[in-house]
Design a protein around this ligand. Sequence first.
Ligand SMILES: *[C@@H]1O[C@H](CO)[C@@H](O)[C@H](O)[C@H]1NC(C)=O
Ligand SMILES: *[C@@H]1O[C@H](CO)[C@@H](O)[C@H](O)[C@H]1NC(C)=O
Ligand SMILES: *[C@@H]1O[C@H](CO)[C@@H](O)[C@H](O)[C@H]1NC(C)=O
Ligand SMILES: *[C@@H]1O[C@H](CO)[C@@H](O)[C@H](O)[C@H]1NC(C)=O
Ligand SMILES: *[C@@H]1O[C@H](CO)[C@@H](O)[C@H](O)[C@H]1NC(C)=O
Ligand SMILES: *[C@@H]1O[C@H](CO)[C@@H](O)[C@H](O)[C@H]1NC(C)=O
Ligand SMILES: *[C@@H]1O[C@H](CO)[C@@H](O)[C@H](O)[C@H]1NC(C)=O
Ligand SMILES: *[C@@H]1O[C@H](CO)[C@@H](O)[C@H](O)[C@H]1NC(C)=O
Ligand SMILES: *[C@@H]1O[C@H](CO)[C@@H](O)[C@H](O)[C@H]1NC(C)=O
Ligand SMILES: *[C@@H]1O[C@H](CO)[C@@H](O)[C@H](O)[C@H]1NC(C)=O
Ligand SMILES: *[C@@H]1O[C@H](CO)[C@@H](O)[C@H](O)[C@H]1NC(C)=O
Ligand SMILES: *[C@@H]1O[C@H](CO)[C@@H](O)[C@H](O)[C@H]1NC(C)=O
Length: 505
Amino acid sequence: MQIVHFFWGLVWYILYICQVNADYNIALTHDGPVVLGGTITFKAEVSYNNKRPSGTFKYKWRDNALNPHEYETKGTSNTTTYWSLNISHENYTIGKYEVEVILYEYKFFWWELTSVRTDFHVTQFLNGDIKVIQLNKTSIIDTYVSSAFEANVTITIRKGDMDYLMKATSVLIYWFINCKYFGQTSDLSFLYNFTIPDTSHVLEALVVASYDLPTTTVAPTTTALPIITTSNATVPNIMISNVTREQMVITTISSNNLSIKPMSTSTITPAPLNDATNISISNVNNISLPYICSNSSIIPPDPNKTYGHFIKKIDVRAPIMNITVEGTNWIQPWDMLSLNVSCKGSGPFNKCLYFHRGKYNITGNETCDSGDNLYSCNFSIIHYFLEPSVYTILIILNNDVSKQIYPLTINIYKVTTKPQLSVIVVPVSCSLAAVVLIIFGIAYYIQNKARFTVEVADFDFGQNNPEMEYKTFTERLKDSVNNAIRPGSKRISGYKPLNNSQTVQ
Ligand SMILES: *[C@@H]1O[C@H](CO)[C@@H](O)[C@H](O)[C@H]1NC(C)=O
Ligand SMILES: *[C@@H]1O[C@H](CO)[C@@H](O)[C@H](O)[C@H]1NC(C)=O
Ligand SMILES: *[C@@H]1O[C@H](CO)[C@@H](O)[C@H](O)[C@H]1NC(C)=O
Ligand SMILES: *[C@@H]1O[C@H](CO)[C@@H](O)[C@H](O)[C@H]1NC(C)=O
Ligand SMILES: *[C@@H]1O[C@H](CO)[C@@H](O)[C@H](O)[C@H]1NC(C)=O
Ligand SMILES: *[C@@H]1O[C@H](CO)[C@@H](O)[C@H](O)[C@H]1NC(C)=O
Ligand SMILES: *[C@@H]1O[C@H](CO)[C@@H](O)[C@H](O)[C@H]1NC(C)=O
Ligand SMILES: *[C@@H]1O[C@H](CO)[C@@H](O)[C@H](O)[C@H]1NC(C)=O
Ligand SMILES: *[C@@H]1O[C@H](CO)[C@@H](O)[C@H](O)[C@H]1NC(C)=O
Ligand SMILES: *[C@@H]1O[C@H](CO)[C@@H](O)[C@H](O)[C@H]1NC(C)=O
Ligand SMILES: *[C@@H]1O[C@H](CO)[C@@H](O)[C@H](O)[C@H]1NC(C)=O
Ligand SMILES: *[C@@H]1O[C@H](CO)[C@@H](O)[C@H](O)[C@H]1NC(C)=O
């Protein structure tokens, strides 16, 4: 019986190996790198021919630390599984590690289907980034900072490192702008006005987290980082709102300034800046150090503290403001619309024009992705409108930090020729005069014609009769002469009466 069982098991196994193994795939990801002391989370997603397989699975996690950590899930139908790992100081040092997950499926036994490995890094410094948050800034690229709005310079730290930072008994952040010490906070953000457009600044922050247990009770982890108000009078000339003034505060941090006392006192006195003593590398241990401003000053590390060093270069840009349009927007059809548009702000600009018939209500969604690039905000709009109507020209201007949507209303009006009084009176009077003239003319003509015909008649009679007589006389003479010369004619004439007699008959 046992042999049969084993046989069938073997058959299953062979079938299994041949059929499936190659097609199982595990996507193994993690949210590292992780600071020493932080937490890293791994995620494994199983797929079979790019689909989620069904079945009962088991996942076995393992890393390659000095004391390897292992974790095995219970049998589950989930194809997604997570493993959270605490990177403790005892079991890890800074460096690269490997993690492995093995997938098992239950078919009478737990069969190993496949496995996958990936690397993760344990870092000395907190992992994160400096972000500059501003209201009304449109740019996606956050290295551009608007000169018109207050900037919230804030450090974003990855979740697993932040969890560790929250356990710190004290956190101090030293801020530097253009390598000049600016001040310190215990909050991860500070406000600043970058007022001079078209300049670049290097923002740098050093986070020092202390994990010494104070003699008093440990601060509960639920409370956020202690927020230190830097508005007190003890702050000398550090908190400044002008970039120009800030240039004058030239200090380097002395090593004794940065020896951080346990955070029993809640108000932070900023590091005294006047006794600026340069750090010598001699008092630094042979551990790699956070560099501020490329080696200009080096912070002595305390192995019991956790550091974060963040750096970001920003470019200050003035937003688009004061759009001015010159030219007339009341024109007739076929007249050329010619407008000059200019604005204030930092270039380059991106310009789009949209012609819209009728009025247009701005939604704010109008985009200008593929517009014309302008180096200076000065351009002209030339256009012809054929039909009289109201048009809206939508000017959309972008620069690195702002977007402006500017609607321009254009009125195309038709010249409706209103007939003026003189225009009416003159033709009417003229035509009246013409009619009168014509009537008079006709009357005159008729009158004249009557006189003319009488005169003609008289003249005709007077002339015709003597002429008739004269003519008849001459004709008679001619006739007689003709008759005498040409007898044929007489025959003809004599013949005619014959015809006449015939017709009478
Ligand atoms: C496993 O699946 C259940 C329900 O299908 C879900 O609630 C649970 O969060 C899953 N677990 C993991 C680790 O994805
Ligand atoms: C990891 O740390 C968290 C809290 O920081 C704790 O709840 C959890 O038990 C720790 N896990 C292990 C395996 O030590
Ligand atoms: C270090 O590793 C050992 C063995 O895996 C484990 O028992 C111990 O809890 C780990 N230490 C911490 C702080 O996680
Ligand atoms: C920011 O933009 C909103 C609308 O987008 C506007 O109402 C507000 O006045 C702007 N704020 C400043 C300071 O310009
Ligand atoms: C800066 O922004 C962060 C994130 O939105 C916020 O938590 C913080 O309170 C802000 N800082 C100030 C000084 O407003
Ligand atoms: C920045 O400027 C605004 C007004 O211009 C002012 O209200 C604010 O206090 C300034 N912020 C800082 C940090 O100087
Ligand atoms: C700090 O400010 C608080 C409240 O404004 C005040 O009571 C305290 O005396 C100030 N501290 C110093 C050292 O000026
Ligand atoms: C800013 O600088 C200008 C001169 O550049 C100065 O007149 C003004 O007082 C400064 N403002 C502050 C708050 O320091
Ligand atoms: C670090 O902490 C341990 C105990 O927590 C202590 O013995 C050691 O002296 C500390 N090291 C430094 C440099 O403070
Ligand atoms: C923009 O216009 C306002 C008034 O509308 C004026 O006070 C300001 O100086 C102008 N800005 C520039 C840069 O011309
Ligand atoms: C624009 O908005 C006004 C009121 O805000 C509305 O009366 C008008 O119909 C709108 N026009 C268009 C074209 O949507
Ligand atoms: C503008 O965008 C918002 C959200 O993206 C959307 O709800 C709204 O309908 C859009 N409006 C227009 C006119 O496209």
